[in-house]
Design a binder for this molecule. Structure first.
Ligand SMILES: *[C@@H]1O[C@H](CO)[C@@H](O)[C@H](O)[C@H]1NC(C)=O
Ligand SMILES: *[C@@H]1O[C@H](CO)[C@@H](O)[C@H](O)[C@H]1NC(C)=O
Ligand SMILES: *[C@@H]1O[C@H](CO)[C@@H](O)[C@H](O)[C@H]1NC(C)=O
Ligand SMILES: *[C@@H]1O[C@H](CO)[C@@H](O)[C@H](O)[C@H]1NC(C)=O
Ligand SMILES: *[C@@H]1O[C@H](CO)[C@@H](O)[C@H](O)[C@H]1NC(C)=O
Length: 622
């Protein structure tokens, strides 16, 4: 009884601890359409604000518009993230630089718009209308590229003033029970560079907060030395977050309007000399991906594959690791925790992440939120419960055995007393005899070894159902592209798993002589060339099962076809696998192929969807 109440108290307390978080502390994060990670996967619970990026500005009408490919994701973003956490605030981010993210553009078009009162009005009205249309509760301006231009900033200040007035007066006289939209802005880590400055007074007056883009300071495209791209400190340079934050404060922005930026990506360099792999070591360009950027998720998998540990450097507050001639700098949980502690100590308003889908099992987000990892938490509660249960059982066991021993002893005494008189020939079997007999019995009943060869065991990641595996993993293309959950979703996932099992290879690596094929395409190419056995894990191969393994591979390839209608049903899969004479069609080129077959080129040219390794990381707006 007492133990039970202690247990109950403990569980209640731990639940309390998890839910009591300060309301005013901002825990924000971006989701960028270029990430190709489905919105429903976002764990909204660990955020107060989620920002959907990006809406663009029409240069002739100055209205906001969504690109046709983004339309579907952005229009359902707010309702989707609120389904998981009704109290999360969704914001729509606006891209004011010319062109699309990743093109190193400046903001000249935006500044020209800001120069004309009529154009400002169009922009402002359209921004509010678009936010309301799709259920966003605020607007964010990703205005970090101010410094490449020298245009006058006064008109920008006017735009911000008018925007605030419009937002404040939007609901005046309205009977609807709605809240005012909030206005936020992503800014460069410095308030001024080359004598161009943000209109800081106007920013302070009009925005609910600004978040510092405190990342991408150093990239392998620009710097020929290794570096953390998002250092909190740097004793030898001004290029660090602490310096930038202090500059913003010095120029008059209160800490209560400042939000720290966190990066869930790192960069990979190629070292000049693999033996010199310290921070600041000579480097000759990027590594691994097209621009050297890697999601934290990818980095974690990479480290796991190579069984490498990263090094935490507290001077800069970054993590890095070296694998051969590759060098990767990034933030891990410890770096993130240190930065969040810094933000709290400094009196900032919170943090904002670029970008949420790059996390690995929500490790960084949980570290940032100061949450005990749910997994660890569960393990702790379990360990505690088990230890109590074990002690209770042990105690009961002791009491019972003590009583039984006493009973047995008294019985034996009785028997011996009686035996002396009535059964002098009774045989006594010793304990040693019994042990010998039962030991034999146990050995013979040992579990068999099984005749199926070795059994193959975000392994842990692939078994969990609440997260999508890998970059695309077991998720079929229709879900990634359109968010549709087809009837053949599971068939696709089964196909990917089957390919991994028979090859013993991982889905997120690249294969082939040019290292440019994903696992599915690699299987297809080898199969087509009649070299299927090269795909099969050698430890599975035995002369009698060759035919079956190739058939398995062929069935798996049918399951991962691009169009879900082409994939077999699970019933057909089972028939093909179990029936020797079943007709197995020739598979088409699988989903996410880099190449296309000739006959498909004409019809499917528009649908080219590559999954070469470079697309694993996202194009990052700078
Ligand atoms: C911008 O607006 C004009 C006029 O409505 C329209 O013709 C044009 O297609 C729009 N451009 C974009 C990129 O939406
Ligand atoms: C900004 O980009 C435009 C092209 O989009 C270019 O014409 C212009 O010269 C650039 N301005 C500056 C200041 O870099
Ligand atoms: C900005 O415009 C104001 C007047 O609107 C002018 O006095 C000032 O010199 C301009 N500054 C620059 C750098 O163009
Ligand atoms: C961090 O790295 C720099 C450069 O390699 C080194 O000088 C410094 O001692 C390191 N700091 C720590 C705490 O390891
Ligand atoms: C790196 O670049 C600087 C100047 O851009 C140059 O002086 C230096 O030699 C370069 N170092 C290497 C290792 O290429």
């Amino acid at each position: 009884m007492t133990i039970l109440s202690v247990l109950l108290l403990f569980i209640l307390l731990s639940i309390q601890l998890n839910t009591s978080t300060a309301q005013t502390w901002i825990k924000a994060g971006y989701w960028y359409t270029g990430s190709a990670s489905p919105v429903p996967n976002i764990n909204s619970d660990i955020f107060t604000h989620l920002i959907c990026a990006f809406a663009y500005i029409n240069t002739s009408t100055h209205d906001l518009f969504l690109s046709t490919t983004d339309q579907q994701h952005i229009s359902t973003f707010a309702s989707t993230v609120k389904r998981n956490n009704p109290s999360v605030t969704p914001l729509l981010s606006i891209w004011p630089q010319n062109g699309r993210p990743g093109n190193h553009e400046n903001s000249s078009n935006f500044l020209r718009m800001a120069d004309q009162p009529a154009h400002r009005k169009s922009f402002i009205e359209s921004s509010i209308k678009t936010a309301r249309l799709y259920g966003f509760q605020g607007l964010d301006l990703y205005f970090t590229n101010l410094l490449s231009t020298n245009e006058n900033m006064t008109s920008l200040g006017a735009l911000f003033d008018e925007w605030r007035v419009a937002v404040d007066s939007e609901l005046k006289g309205s009977s609807e029970n709605q809240e005012k939209l909030i206005l936020t802005m992503a800014v460069h880590y410095l308030p001024e560079l080359n004598s161009v400055s943000y209109p800081i007074d106007s920013v302070r007056r009009n925005f609910d907060w600004v978040h510092i883009r405190s990342y991408d300071y150093h990239t392998p495209l620009i710097d020929n030395f290794t570096a953390g791209h998002t250092p909190l400190y740097d004793p030898s340079s001004m290029v660090n977050t602490d310096y930038g934050i202090n500059e913003w404060i010095r120029r008059g922005l209160p800490t209560s309007k400042l939000v720290l930026g966190l990066a869930y990506h790192g960069y990979a360099w190629t070292l000049v000399d693999p033996r010199d792999n310290s921070i600041g070591a000579p480097a000759k360009g990027l590594a691994i991906t097209r621009d050297g950027s890697l999601s934290y998720e990818y980095i974690r998998r990479y480290l796991k594959d190579y069984r490498v540990n990263s090094v935490y450097n507290s001077t800069y507050v970054i993590n890095y690791c070296a694998i051969g001639s590759f060098w990767i700098g990034f933030d891990d949980e410890e770096a993130i925790r240190t930065k969040v502690a810094y933000a709290k100590k400094k009196g900032l308003l919170g943090y904002n992440v670029w970008q949420v889908p790059n996390d690995y099992n929500w490790e960084l987000s949980k570290a940032a939120a100061g949450e005990v990892n749910k997994h660890d938490h569960f393990k702790r509660v379990l360990a505690f419960t088990l230890s109590i249960v074990a002690s209770v059982i042990l105690l009961l066991g002791c009491i019972i055995s003590y009583h039984r021993r006493r009973t047995i002893i008294s019985k034996v005494k009785q028997m011996m007393n009686r035996g002396k008189s009535s059964s002098p020939n009774q045989q006594v079997i010793s304990f040693a005899d019994i042990r010998e007999a039962t030991n034999n019995f146990l050995t013979e009943n040992k579990l068999g070894e099984g005749g199926y060869g070795p059994v193959y065991k975000n392994n842990e990641i692939e078994a969990s159902t609440d997260r999508i595996v890998g970059t695309y993993g077991c998720v079929p293309p229709e879900y990634i592209k359109q968010g549709t959950y087809s009837r053949k979703y599971d068939v696709y996932s089964f196909g990917v798993l089957l390919l991994q099992i028979i090859s013993g290879k991982k889905n997120y690596n690249v294969y082939g002589p040019h290292q440019n094929l994903n696992l599915l395409e690699y299987a297809y190419v080898l199969g087509k060339e009649g070299r299927g056995m090269e795909f099969i894990d050698p430890s599975l191969d035995d002369a009698s099962s060759t035919y079956k393994l190739i058939k398995c591979m062929q069935v798996a390839l049918l399951c991962v076809e691009e169009k879900w209608a082409h994939r077999p049903s699970m019933l057909e899969v089972s028939t093909m696998l179990s029936n020797e004479n079943a007709n197995v069609p020739i598979p088409r080129r699988p989903a996410f192929s880099t190449n296309k077959d000739e006959e498909e080129k004409s019809t499917a040219a528009k649908e080219v969807y590559s999954i070469n390794i470079a697309t694993i990381s996202q194009l990052l707006p700078r």
